[in-house]
Design a protein around this ligand. Structure first.
Ligand code: URA
Ligand code: URA
Length: 268
């Protein structure tokens, strides 16, 4: 008997093999007609084929990395409130991740929060909801905070990157460099007393160190804002997404959390 590869069987197989997201890495423009899609595919094949000739036609980045960083910097500096910063970021066209993300994931919380936590980049759930740390890692993070008597609603939570890298791939240095002026400005506007840098990317980016997270954790470090503001005590912790995979590391993180709790009580 011939096998029946019906659509429902295929779907069932997807679900059984754990594929639960009906999202592509690139957005599909459903407003384009099939003919237009075929045309654009034919077009790209034609362009690729000229690649083998002497002069290749390639999509060019219209502005250089340094120009992009400069424009991010100017936009970030011009923002005097978190709301203005959010608007500046949603209008910013210099980071290609914006094209593949569904939503801008700006920070969650109020300016003046005493504790600010900074992760790496939004995942699938964060991208859908436009809020940081709402997936599994976020739920673990909330439980970790509760364990030292801190409510999420009393903190400010955000990420180095405000747009999800497709398929949760690691952010590139260029994406991080482009978005750095925004996160630095966000820290100034929140003006926290203590910073928690969640995971290796956040720690490396904001401490300007090449130390891996395993060496950066376990001690108090300093984040230096621009323009002569006081340094902010900062603590790097293991990422909750990593702790979900390596629960044995939770013990070290518990030590870090206790020291954060201690520091918060000294400052208040
Ligand atoms: N991991 C992060 O680093 N940030 C999020 O917002 C969610 C998962
Ligand atoms: N690698 C990271 O980037 N973060 C962790 O917390 C652990 C490993």
């Amino acid at each position: 008997m011939a096998e029946d590869y019906s659509a429902t069987q295929l779907l069932k197989w997807y679900v059984e093999s754990g594929i639960s997201e009906a999202l592509e890495e690139k957005p599909i423009n459903h407003f384009l007609s099939d003919a237009a899609v075929e045309n654009s595919e034919a077009e790209s094949i034609r362009i690729v084929s000229t690649d083998t000739e002497s002069h290749a036609i390639k999509p060019v980045q219209l502005i250089s990395q340094s120009e992009t960083t400069k424009s991010a910097y100017a936009a970030a500096r011009a923002a005097d409130t978190l709301e203005a910063l959010r608007n500046a970021m949603s209008e910013f066209e210099g980071c290609p991740l914006k094209q593949t993300a569904k939503n801008l994931v700006f920070g969650d919380g109020l300016a003046g929060s005493r504790l600010m936590l900074i992760g790496e980049a939004p995942g699938a759930q964060e991208d859908r909801e436009g809020r940081p740390f709402v997936g599994q890692a976020g739920q673990l993070l909330e439980r970790m905070l509760k364990a030292i008597s801190i409510e999420r609603s009393d903190t400010y939570i955000t990420n180095i990157l405000p747009w999800r890298p497709p398929g949760n791939r690691a952010p590139t240095d260029s994406e991080i460099g482009t978005c750095l002026p925004f996160i630095r400005r966000q820290i100034e506007l929140v003006a926290p007393e203590v910073l928690i840098l969640i995971g290796g990317v956040s720690a490396k980016t904001l401490l300007g160190t090449n130390q891996g997270i395993m060496r950066a954790r376990g001690k108090w470090l300093e984040y230096k804002p621009e323009g002569g503001q006081n340094a902010i005590p900062a603590r790097a912790i293991l990422h909750p997404a990593y702790l979900l995979r390596s629960p044995a590391q939770k013990r070290e993180t518990w030590m870090d959390l206790l020291e954060i709790q201690q520091k918060m009580s000294e400052i208040s």
